[in-house]
Write a protein that binds this ligand. Structure first.
Ligand code: GDP
Ligand code: CA
Length: 331
């Protein structure tokens, strides 16, 4: 796209620089992996959306947590963008034969995650505890935190009525027109253990190129999270950087652009920058959107224009390095 990329080979992150990334599923997982490749594991914390979590066949399913963990463990299925590599589907086929619902694709190996998570939670463990344990077993060294241990299911208001998130996203394939969202019971949710501590200690907060409406907003809406980031922005000039999931008016994957349109907003990098508003100090946008840079800067944001499409693991690392080098400190 005529985007001159700078060489980042020799970039070294500051030895004590602590980074907190807020992530949904695929876009979040990709950048989280890029960050994990370039910094010591104890300097990175990823806080993951649980608004998509739901119960299916009695199992507790956490799609975004699993996408982030599978990706960090390099077990992810790069073709589908979700689930495990080398997955098989015997259980789903057998369920189909029984006339059971099969719109949510549960792979045989993936099922083990949901079975064991559900068993442990029924035995009294929190989602946080289960996640920490799974990460240990999967060899994920990065600290992956659930945004909250409370249930805060996302509801989608549409022209076909109010739908649960997975009903909208998977079953109805994002076809209904969206008019708004609700994160159920969010007023009662508290950040999971470690979340506010990580934000208090962060030298940089990154909002990954995840869906602003249904991946990042449900994290920010949990009591104390947005406020902690805002307070530290004001008091210690904490750098907070978002990466646009919208490129040339489109998403790489998923309904974020369609959602903006249906809510009466032009899907664009500028719209995403406006979405987060005063929370941000910096904004990363794709070369294809370079003509909007002045408008984003007019919001008072530092900008980084680069190739933001993470095609492979090296591309994820390169983007992470560039963000750290260009927007990673207060200067
Ligand atoms: P989900 O929970 O799996 O839907 O994933 P997220 O909310 O984390 O990510 C969805 C968003 O990621 C979409 O809006 C995509 O445009 C964005 N996305 C996915 N891959 C990339 C990428 O390589 N670069 C950028 N900039 N955005 C991406
Ligand atoms: Ca998701």
């Amino acid at each position: 796209w005529g985007c001159a990329l700078t060489d980042t080979d020799n970039f070294q992150i500051g030895r004590s620089q602590r980074v907190v990334a807020l992530a949904g599923g695929v876009g979040g997982a990709r950048l989280a992996d890029g960050l994990a490749q370039m910094m010591p594991a104890d300097q990175l914390t990823v806080i993951v959306n649980v608004g998509d979590d739901f119960s299916h066949f009695g199992l507790h399913i956490s799609p975004d947590l699993d996408t982030v963990c599978y990706t960090l463990a390099q077990m992810d299925n790069t073709e589908t963008g979700w689930g495990l590599a080398g997955e098989t589907w015997h259980t789903l086929e057998s369920l189909d034969r029984l006339g059971a619902e099969t719109w949510f694709h549960l792979g045989d190996h993936d099922l083990a995650t949901h079975l064991e998570r559900t068993r442990r939670m029924q035995a009294g463990d929190s989602l946080s505890q289960v996640t920490a344990s799974f990460c240990q077993h999967w060899g994920v060294k990065t600290r992956v935190l659930t945004a909250t241990d409370h249930k805060v299911p996302t509801l989608v208001y549409t022209n076909e009525g109010t739908l649960s998130f997975q009903e909208y996203f998977v079953h109805r394939q994002c076809i209904p027109s969206v008019s708004g969202f609700r994160f159920e019971d969010i007023e009662h949710a508290r950040p999971a253990p470690g979340v506010l501590e990580a934000l208090f200690q962060a030298d940089l907060v990154i909002l990954c190129p995840s869906n602003p409406w249904v991946s990042i907003d449900p994290i920010l809406a949990i009591q104390g999270i947005r406020k902690t980031i805002e307070d530290r922005r004001r008091k210690v000039d904490l750098p907070v950087v978002a990466v646009s999931p919208i490129i040339a008016g489109h998403t790489v994957k998923g309904p974020a652009a369609k959602m903006y349109q249906e809510m009466g907003l032009t899907p664009s990098a500028l719209t995403v920058a406006n979405h987060y508003g005063s929370l941000l100090s910096g904004f990363v946008m794709d070369c294809q959107d370079a003509d909007a840079e002045a408008n984003v800067q007019a919001l008072g944001l530092k900008t980084l224009i680069t190739d933001t499409i993470m095609r492979d693991r090296a591309g994820r690392k390169r983007l992470a390095e560039e963000i750290m080098r260009r927007l990673g400190d207060k200067r």
